[in-house]
Write a protein that binds this ligand. Structure first.
Ligand code: 5GP
Length: 113
């Protein structure tokens, strides 16, 4: 069964898309935890970081570089932001299609909750 994010990739459900290329798609989180909360999702359905393999290294590198570009394009790179990959249950993962959260627009706290 395809993930909710694959449904967004396939335009089966709507999203506010901010970036897309052959490998990934980026859109605004439906329930933002910061003034800027953007998700970046590979089109390949890797369930979580725990299931990524060495073969996925170029794709994961691509996502990190695009996360930086998206933060720049959206205007919150200089002020700062956080990139998060929630992984499995105790990591707080709800959608089992690997994704980066790009969070910005406010001061982030450390340690995270
Ligand atoms: P996770 O907890 O798996 O790291 O994050 C999943 C994220 O996906 C959550 O922040 C949640 O708000 C977001 N999300 C879940 N369903 C949808 C959806 O249908 N559309 C969008 N834009 N975001 C979603």
């Amino acid at each position: 069964m395809s993930s909710i994010f694959t449904k967004i990739i396939n335009r089966e459900i709507p999203a506010v898309i901010v970036y897309e290329d052959d490998l990934c798609i980026s859109f605004r989180d439906i329930d933002p935890k910061a003034p800027q909360h953007i998700l970046l999702v590979p089109k390949k359905e890797i369930k979580s970081l725990a299931e990524a393999t060495e073969n996925d290294a170029p794709l994961l590198g691509h996502l990190l570089i695009k996360a930086g570009e998206i933060a720049r394009d959206q205007g919150f790179s200089d002020s700062g932001y956080r990139v998060v990959i929630n992984t499995n249950k105790e990591g707080g993962q709800a959608v089992y299609h690997i994704h980066l959260h790009i969070l910005g627009g406010r001061q982030m706290e450390w340690p995270p909750g």
